[in-house]
Design a protein around this ligand. Structure first.
Ligand code: MLT
Length: 266
């Protein structure tokens, strides 16, 4: 473990019922799940990973395993033994580390717009270039380059609360947190073996227009997990959970209803 061991994560929470832990993507925060908190009969817990939202940036390097340990410490702090866990993109990378070290704490998996494979050499180089850019120009250029990948052109043209939400969250990201997360994503291991044969019930969602983690990634993860269902979300890019929140919430509520002990409706 690197960085601040046992870091206390800030988190948003809402509702009562079966706990669902929502782990955000890059360069975002717990606010990413604002629309999911309307899923009923659930205790929503959305941490801010180190360096994002209200959680201070790490002093040095931080790995996906560190983020996973932080989330598990938060559950300990809240007295939660196990939970449904959902990860969007980088949040999925954190979730794979939770599965690697404590699968017994995961009752069901919701994987949105993510992938289990590690970065290619080219992708790693792209991360390093981004780090240099953040060092010299701040997070502004990252927001400008990422926004058109997060949401479809149709949604960007609508310029409504979904666009304002994503832009606001990204603009609030700290350079230090962004740099640490880019390093952590570049260094993350392949998690194919973690998913292969894992019998935990899983819902895999992907925007049909997602170019960051395309639907083929979702299909491949679904084929690794014996108890998984695949859901392509129409007219959505990387942040399907924001862009098509009604449809995503419907899919997730229906999935939760199939898990023993859960009765959840949107
Ligand atoms: C994210 O949305 O979390 C990131 O774009 C994922 C990535 O860059 O691999």
């Amino acid at each position: 473990m690197t960085g601040a061991e046992g870091s206390s994560l800030a988190f948003r929470s809402s509702g009562t019922g079966r706990p669902i832990v929502w782990i955000h993507g890059f360069p975002l925060s717990s606010e990413l799940f604002s629309f999911q908190f309307s899923i009923r009969d659930a205790r929503h817990i959305a941490p801010d990973l180190r360096g994002f939202g209200e959680t201070p940036a790490p002093a040095g390097a931080v790995s996906m395993a560190d983020h996973a340990a932080d989330v598990l410490s938060l559950l300990d702090r809240l007295g939660i033994e196990s939970a449904v866990m959902a990860g969007v993109s980088m949040g999925g990378y954190v979730l794979f580390e939770i599965l690697r070290r404590a699968p017994e704490r995961v009752e069901a998996l919701i994987l949105c717009d993510t992938r289990e494979t590690a970065d290619s050499a080219e992708a790693k180089k792209g991360r390093l270039d981004m780090i240099e850019q953040v060092r010299s120009e701040g997070v502004g250029p990252i927001v400008d380059s990422m926004l058109p990948k997060m949401l479809t052109e149709e949604t960007l043209q609508a310029a409504d609360e979904r666009v304002r939400l994503v832009k606001r969250i990204m603009e609030a990201a700290s350079p230090q947190g962004v740099i640490a997360a880019l390093e952590a994503m570049a260094m993350r291991p392949d998690s194919t073996d973690v998913l292969r044969g894992c019998g935990i019930p899983a819902a895999i969602l992907a925007g049909d227009h997602d170019l960051v983690t395309p639907p083929a990634d979702a299909a491949r993860m679904t084929s690794l997990l014996p108890n998984a269902s695949l859901h392509l979300i129409q007219r959505a890019a990387h942040l399907a959970n924001v862009e098509r929140h009604d449809e995503v919430n419907r899919v997730i509520s229906a999935f939760l209803d199939t898990i023993p002990g859960t009765a959840t409706s949107d």
